[in-house]
Design a protein around this ligand. Structure first.
Ligand SMILES: [Zn+2]
Ligand SMILES: [Zn+2]
Length: 139
């Protein structure tokens, strides 16, 4: 077992994960873009048996994205905690940005890349910034 954890922004929702059989991907589809507000979403997919809500289950809310896909989010901070799909009931997807732990899989594919936005710099050729403010040049 490779353990990891997930938390919403405010910390109300806490989950434990077994990422031994997890995979990761970037998705540029319009649904992911509109739900995240970002150029693409990065997902961790794992067997449902490797996912457990440890705290805050009563504070989860659900939004039916499509007839089969549901987004589950924290009612306090609005953070997307996981998505489920009735077409794949044994798999769960989490935004990788809410997950912490060692041994996380690296995203290996950009899905829907051809429907992505033209301003997405996936080659990471743009300048890089960081430091305490996040804005200081690193290059
Ligand atoms: Zn929250
Ligand atoms: Zn998508």
């Amino acid at each position: 077992m490779t353990a990891a954890a997930a938390s919403c922004y405010c910390g109300t929702i806490q989950a434990s994960l077994d990422v031994s059989n997890a995979g990761a991907l970037h998705c540029h589809c319009s649904q992911c873009r509109r739900l995240s507000g970002a150029a693409f979403s990065t997902w961790l997919n794992l067997p449902l048996t490797g996912f457990r809500i440890e705290a805050g289950a009563a504070d989860l809310r659900a939004f039916a994205v499509t007839g089969s896909s549901t987004r589950h989010f924290c009612r306090h901070c609005g953070a997307h905690v996981y998505s489920s799909d009735v077409r794949e009931p044994d798999i769960i997807g989490l935004p990788l940005g809410i997950v912490t732990g060692d041994g996380l899989p690296l995203p290996d594919t950009h899905y829907y890349f051809d429907s992505g936005v033209p301003w997405c710099d996936v080659a990471l050729t743009a300048r890089k910034a960081g430091g305490p403010t996040g804005l200081e040049p690193l290059d």
